[in-house]
Design a protein around this ligand. Structure first.
Ligand code: ADP
Ligand code: ZN
Ligand code: ZN
Length: 691
C-alpha cells in the first residue's frame, strides 16, 4: 500500500460564476499548475474540464484542476484559455485527486500523470473534424456490447471460491484482499463472479480488471464476453490502434462501459462509477512502468480503491513479497485457493542435476528421455529458456574475444536465423564477422544457449516431433503469436519451446511435461529480487502442465539441486519460501521493510553521470532528514545505446520520511540543475524494482 495520506481533494472551487481564472495542468515538468483567464464564454469552465491552452508558442491539451477568483500574478501576463473541450465531460474530483496523488508519490508533475494518461484523442489540440470523429468514437465504443445471447453458465464455486467472492462482495468501503491461489485454482472464476454480483446489485457500476500483458487479453476478453454477453466491455492497452483506444477510454469515461479490462495504463482510466478493482497476477513485473513516470499499477490500484472506499482484489499464485507482507501484517485480508479447481493434480517438480547429467547442447539426458516419453504418449511438452536468439555471445577460443555491442556494455547475441549479431538492448545488428576481429582466427564459437539453439537441439534429438518456437523474434508479425498459440491448442505441436511468452496464462490442455533449461543464472544474480522472480517464473511455467488432468512433471535443470528455493518449489511451498525471503530482507534492511528510491543519471561519459549523482548527494546530505544516500555507482547495464548510466540508492526508515525528503531534495536539484558545462539527464524512481 502506498502512503496513507488520502486527504488530496481537488482544489477548492469558488462559485463558478465568480471564477475568472482557471488552474490548468499540462504534460510538462512544472511544479505548479498554470493560470489562465477563463474567458468570456465560460459555460464550460469547471474543475476537471479539458481545454486547449497556449504554453510558450505551442498549443497543448490541459486539464483544469481548479478555478479561482483572484489572479496570482499580474493580469496582463495571464493568457486566456484557447478553448474548452466541452464535448468531453469533466473528469471527476476523484480522478483529479487520484492522479494528483500518483504524481506526488512518484515525484512528477501532476500534468505528467493526468494529461499524459489521456487517450490519443486528447493528446493534441483537436483539428477541424474533431467533432465528427468524436461521434464516430462514441458509436465504436458502444459496439463492444455484443449482440444478445445467453451467458455461458459459470461452474458452481467451491467453498474457498465462495468465501473469496463473499469477502469482496459483502464488503462496504475499502477492503483490500489478497487471493493466493495456485494456477488453475479458479481465481479468474472468483473475479468474474465478484464482478457479476456487483453488476447485478448495481447496474450502473463499473469494474476495472487489470492484467499484466496484452498477450493475455484475448483469452480473458473472450471469457468475459461469454460470461457477460449483455454488458458493455472495453479493453485498454497500449497495443490498440489510436481510435480504438480513444473509443474505449471514452466509453469508460462516459460510464457506458461496465467492465474495463486493461494493462497497467488502465489504472488511470476515468471511471465515474468505479466500484471494484481487480489485479490479476498482481506480482507481475509489467505492472511497473519502465520509463516516464515509473508507477506501479498494482500499488496505485490499491490506493485508488482506498480513495474511493471500494474493494480491491489482488490475485496471484506467487504474490509479490510486498503484498504478502501487507497480508501478514493484517492490512490486506488473505484468502487462499489451495487446490486446483478441476480434477487436475499439481505436477511433480523434479530437479535434473547437471553435475551428474552432462548436458549435450543444453539438454540433459533425463529431460530428453522425458520428452521422448511424452511425445510417444501423444501428449505435449513445453521447454522454457529465458534467452532468445541462438547463443548469448560469440567467442574466439584462440584469444578470448567475445562479441559485444559497440554501443552498450553487454554481449551481442548470435541469431542464426539471419546470421547476425544482435544487441537485445539497443537493437544494434551486424553480420557475424568471418574471423576474429582481434586475432583473425576463423573458428568462432557460439557460446551458451538461446531459444533458437534449443529449438535446433530439440529437432536433432526428437526428429519425428513437431516443434514450434515462440519468442519475440518468431512473433514479430502481427497475429503471429496468436496463430502459433492456436497451433498448440489444436494439437498441431508436440513441443513448444520459448521464453517467458509461453509461461503466462495460456490454458494448454495436453501439456504434461515442462522443462526448464537454465534456471541457474537467476540463482546467482546480484539483484535481491532475483530469487523471488525465479520462484514465480518456475511456478508459473509449471502451471501450464497437467491442466486437464493428465499426470504431469516439471523438470528443472540445475547445478544446485539442493538449493532451498528448489526444495520449496518441490513442495509448492510458497509460504515457506516467502517466510525465508522476508526474514532475509528484514535482516538486510531491504524492501518491503525499508522503502527505497533510485536516482539515475545519463550522460556522455560515466564520469559525468557519476559526477552529477555526487553533486546530488552532497545537496541531499545538506538537508536534515533521516534519508540515507548511498554511493553513486554505474548501473548494471552501464552503457546503453552509447549513453553512460549511473545510479544512486536512497533509503529512509519510513515511507513518509522518504517522501518528504524526496520532495525537498528533488525540488532543489531541479532548481540547481546539473553542474555547469555538463549535460546530464536524470530520473527518479520510487520503489524501484531493479537495482
Ligand atoms: P486461475 O485463474 O486460478 O488460473 P481459472 O479461474 O482460470 O483459474 O480456473 C481454471 C479452470 O478451472 C478453468 O477451466 C475454470 O473454468 C475451471 N473452474 C474454476 N472454478 C471451477 C469450479 N468451481 N468448478 C469447476 N471448474 C472450475
Ligand atoms: Zn581471437
Ligand atoms: Zn546495444
Amino acid at each position: 500500500m502506498l502512503g496513507d495520506d488520502s486527504s488530496h481533494a481537488a482544489r477548492n472551487t469558488p462559485s463558478e460564476s465568480a471564477a475568472r481564472y482557471a488552474e490548468v495542468v499540462v504534460d510538462l515538468p512544472l511544479t505548479e499548475p498554470l493560470t489562465y483567464r477563463v474567458g468570456e464564454v465560460d459555460g464550460d469552465a469547471a474543475a476537471g474540464a479539458c481545454c486547449v491552452v497556449q504554453v510558450g508558442r505551442r498549443e497543448v491539451i490541459g486539464v483544469c484542476v481548479g478555478l479561482r477568483e483572484a489572479a496570482p500574478l499580474a493580469e496582463e501576463r495571464i493568457r486566456p484559455i484557447k478553448r474548452w473541450l466541452g464535448e468531453i465531460g469533466s473528469l471527476d474530483a476523484h480522478w483529479l485527486a487520484f492522479t494528483r496523488f500518483a504524481a506526488e508519490y512518484y515525484q512528477h508533475a501532476w500534468g505528467q500523470v493526468a494529461v499524459a494518461s489521456l487517450p490519443p484523442l486528447l493528446r493534441s489540440p483537436p483539428g477541424p473534424r474533431w467533432a465528427s470523429s468524436l461521434k464516430r468514437l462514441r458509436a465504436d465504443g458502444g459496439r463492444s456490447a455484443s449482440t444478445a445471447q445467453a451467458a455461458v453458465a459459470a461452474p458452481e464455486l467451491n467453498a474457498e471460491q465462495r468465501a473469496a467472492v463473499d469477502a469482496v462482495s459483502a464488503q462496504r468501503g475499502f477492503a483490500p484482499t489478497l487471493l493466493h491461489g495456485v494456477t488453475g485454482s479458479g481465481k479468474t472464476e472468483v473475479y468474474l463472479t465478484a464482478i457479476e454480483r456487483l453488476l447485478a446489485g448495481e447496474p450502473q457500476a463499473q469494474a476495472l480488471l487489470l492484467v499484466p500483458e496484452i498477450g493475455l487479453t484475448p483469452q480473458l476478453q473472450a471469457r468475459l464476453r461469454d460470461r457477460f454477453p449483455l454488458q458493455p466491455i472495453v479493453c485498454l492497452h497500449s497495443g490498440l490502434p489510436a481510435a480504438e483506444r480513444s473509443a474505449a477510454w471514452l466509453a469508460a469515461h462516459e460510464g457506458r462501459a461496465r467492465i474495463v479490462l486493461g494493462t497497467r495504463l488502465a489504472v488511470f482510466a476515468s471511471l465515474p462509477r468505479l466500484r471494484l478493482l481487480v489485479v490479476d497476477e498482481e506480482h507481475d513485473a509489467s505492472y511497473k512502468a519502465g520509463d516516464g513516470v515509473r508507477y506501479s499499477a498494482r500499488d496505485l490500484a490499491v490506493k485508488r480503491a482506498q480513495m474511493l472506499g471500494a474493494p480491491v482484489l489482488l490475485g496471484s499464485a506467487t504474490p509479490a513479497l510486498e503484498s504478502w507482507a501487507q497480508a501478514r501484517q493484517g492490512r490486506y485480508r488473505l484468502l487462499r485457493l489451495p487446490q486446483r479447481a478441476t480434477e487436475a493434480a499439481q505436477p511433480q517438480v523434479e530437479m535434473v542435476d547437471l553435475r551428474q547429467h552432462k548436458p549435450v547442447n543444453g539438454l540433459a539426458g533425463p529431460l530428453r528421455a522425458a520428452l521422448e516419453q511424452t511425445i510417444a504418449c501423444g501428449e505435449q511438452a513445453l521447454v522454457f529458456i529465458n534467452r532468445r536468439g541462438y547463443a548469448p555471445v560469440v567467442g574466439c577460443g584462440a584469444c578470448g574475444w567475445l562479441s559485444t555491442c559497440p554501443q552498450c556494455a553487454v554481449f551481442a547475441a548470435y541469431h542464426k536465423t539471419d546470421g547476425a549479431l544482435h544487441c537485445h538492448h539497443c537493437g544494434w545488428r551486424r553480420p557475424v564477422p568471418r574471423c576474429c576481429p582481434t586475432c583473425g582466427n576463423q573458428d568462432l564459437d557460439a557460446v551458451g544457449h538461446g531459444t533458437q539453439r534449443l529449438e535446433e537441439t530439440l529437432r536433432a534429438a526428437l526428429p519425428a516431433a513437431r516443434i514450434l518456437r515462440i519468442d519475440r523474434d518468431s512473433t514479430r508479425r502481427r497475429g503471429a503469436a496468436g496463430a502459433a498459440l492456436a497451433a498448440v491448442h489444436a494439437g498441431a505441436t508436440d513441443v513448444l519451446v520459448g521464453t517467458q511468452m509461453i509461461a503466462k496464462g495460456h490454458d494448454f490442455q495436453r501439456v504434461s511435461l515442462v522443462g526448464i533449461v537454465n534456471a541457474d543464472a537467476q540463482l546467482v544474480s546480484h539483484d535481491f529480487r532475483a530469487p523471488e522472480r525465479l520462484f514465480a517464473t518456475i511456478l508459473q511455467v509449471a502451471g501450464r502442465a497437467g491442466r486437464s488432468g493428465l499426470p504431469s512433471r516439471v523438470l528443472v535443470q540445475t547445478r544446485y539441486p539442493e538449493h532451498p528455493l528448489f526444495a520449496a518449489l518441490r513442495r509448492f511451498d510458497y509460504d515457506g519460501f516467502a517466510r525465508s525471503q522476508l526474514a532475509e530482507r528484514q535482516a538486510a534492511g531491504l524492501p518491503p521493510f525499508v522503502p527505497q528510491a533510485l536516482l539515475t543519471a545519463q550522460a556522455k561519459s560515466l564520469e559525468a553521470a557519476l559526477g552529477f549523482l555526487g553533486h546530488a548527494r552532497s545537496l541531499g546530505r545538506r538537508l536534515d532528514g533521516q534519508a540515507t544516500l548511498y554511493d553513486p555507482v554505474p548501473m548494471p547495464l552501464a552503457r546503453l545505446a552509447g549513453v553512460f548510466r549511473a545510479q544512486m540508492l536512497v533509503e529512509a526508515p519510513q515511507r513518509s520520511l522518504l517522501q518528504g525528503f524526496l520532495r525537498q531534495w528533488l525540488g532543489q536539484l531541479r532548481e540547481a540543475g546539473p553542474p555547469p558545462g555538463q549535460r546530464v539527464r536524470w530520473q527518479i524512481e520510487v520503489d524501484p524494482q531493479e537495482i
